[in-house]
Design a protein around this ligand. Structure first.
Ligand code: PGU
Length: 412
């Protein structure tokens, strides 16, 4: 028998974290999923809903990378091959990442293996205090802003954005690269290239300007390169560390999610160079090592075995095949939009297409596309005020679904 307590705590209840209370709305992608469910429930139809919304991979793992994961799991079942906690990651993988992505520019203790870029973006914000000024590209991946709200850096909501955040508009007029003179001194700058959601890829000159700004204004860049493997134009930089001086002002977050199909496997990494210092000369790398050791116990050893397979010569070819496939989807979507007379950017060196609907509200366009074509997209407003009249189309679908979605768009 349970005894029932009717305990009135009223004034004694712990207060809500004001930072969480400051979050403006629900996280974007669950909100879209909710609207999709609601639509499906109120509009029964034999026509299936196709998702070109969230950037979630759909292709099965490629065989060599998959075999790496299987072998990794089997090794754990042997005395010789068993391993437990690996803290900042397998040494071999950290060295391999430095070799494959950074021409061995970084030592293994500057490369930190994570369970994904999003998780590290969240954890990295703890390095910088509540009062840190933040600048974001507008539009941007929502985690930079929401994470800043959670860490207390964003301040209060002020109608069109948070008062502690400087929004750097990326518009058709400026070629989707922001005016960096808007960045305040000593800011944390979130920067993503290839960009989610615009699909724009910054040139070498543009990233040089970004690094120059950060160095001269005492800023730190958190550079999100999660889509670097979609770059096909060899003149475009894949990493911020291709730019001189970046190791003194940047952290790079990266992910196996999109190039290797690891959205569910979960693996990424962050590069925190030893040359990166705070105002008092203390090492950011030292603090990140301390912080990671305290709140993170390392990524899955199985996922790391898969990542090692993804980075040998066969694995790199599979990454190319997989990213080529999604870029093929992007090309189909872009052509279908062009046929409709909708202008768009992105999709060439990135898996996202950013379509313009001048004068329209993106949530209305989202609802209209869902109703008329039964296609789920992502409304640009969810990425920031400058996305108000845009829709993001994701190329991470099965080919048959993408083809069908394009047919529906053509038939309109
Ligand atoms: N960075 C960027 C720029 C992303 O767009 C995403 C995923 C991530 C990081 C996440 O990387 P992980 O290594 O898998 O953690 N963006 C997708 C998925 C939605 C989400 O909430 O992450 C998107 O549709 O924008």
């Amino acid at each position: 028998m349970y005894t029932q307590f009717h305990c009135v705590r009223e004034n004694k209840v712990i207060v809500r974290n004001p930072n969480i209370a400051n979050l403006k709305a629900g996280y974007l992608f669950p909100e879209i999923a909710r609207r999709r469910r609601e639509f499906a429930a109120t509009h029964p139809s034999s026509v299936r809903i196709i998702s070109l919304g969230v950037g979630n991979t759909t292709e099965p793992l490629l065989p060599h990378i998959c075999a790496g994961l299987v072998e990794g799991a089997q090794r754990l079942g042997t005395v010789e091959g068993y391993s437990g906690y690996q803290d900042e990651g397998l040494l071999e993988l950290r060295e391999k990442i430095s070799e494959v992505f950074y021409g061995k520019k970084f030592s293994a203790d500057e490369v930190f293996i994570s369970d994904g870029a999003k998780c590290d973006i969240g954890r990295l914000q703890t390095l910088f205090g509540t009062g840190t000024k933040v600048a974001v590209q507008d539009p941007s991946y929502p985690v930079y802003v929401d994470g800043s709200v959670l860490s207390g850096a964003a301040g209060a909501w002020a109608g069109d954005g948070y008062c502690g955040i400087v929004y750097l508009p990326c518009t058709a007029e400026n070629g989707y690269f922001p005016d960096l003179s808007l960045v305040s001194e000593n800011s944390l700058i979130y920067f993503c290239s290839p960009n989610n959601p615009t699909g724009a890829v910054s040139t070498r000159e543009q990233l040089s300007e970004l690094v120059k700004t950060a160095l001269s204004k005492g800023c730190i860049i958190i550079f999100d390169a999660a889509y670097s493997e979609f770059i096909r134009d060899p003149s475009l930089p894949k990493s911020i560390f291709e730019i001189d001086g970046a190791e003194q002002c940047a952290i790079e977050v990266q992910s196996f999610s999109k190039p290797a199909g690891f959205t569910g496997v979960r693996l990424g990494w962050s590069v925190v160079p030893k040359a990166l210092k705070y105002a008092d000369g203390e090492s950011v790398n030292g603090d990140w090592t301390r912080l990671s050791g305290t709140v993170f116990n390392g990524a899955s050893n199985i996922a790391q075995a898969g990542a090692l397979a993804a980075l040998d010569s066969e694995g790199v070819q599979e990454i190319r095949r997989l990213t080529d496939f999604y870029l093929g989807n992007a090309c189909l979507i872009k052509n279908a939009l062009q046929g409709l007379g909708v202008s768009s950017v992105g999709g060439d060196n990135s898996p996202y297409i950013w379509a313009r609907f001048p004068g329209r509200d993106s949530w209305d366009v989202f609802a209209e596309i869902l109703e008329k074509y039964r296609i789920v997209t992502t409304p640009g407003a969810g990425f920031g005020p400058s996305g108000r009249s845009f829709i993001r189309f994701s190329a991470f679908g099965r080919r048959a679904d993408v083809e069908e979605a394009c047919e529906r768009l053509k038939d309109s």
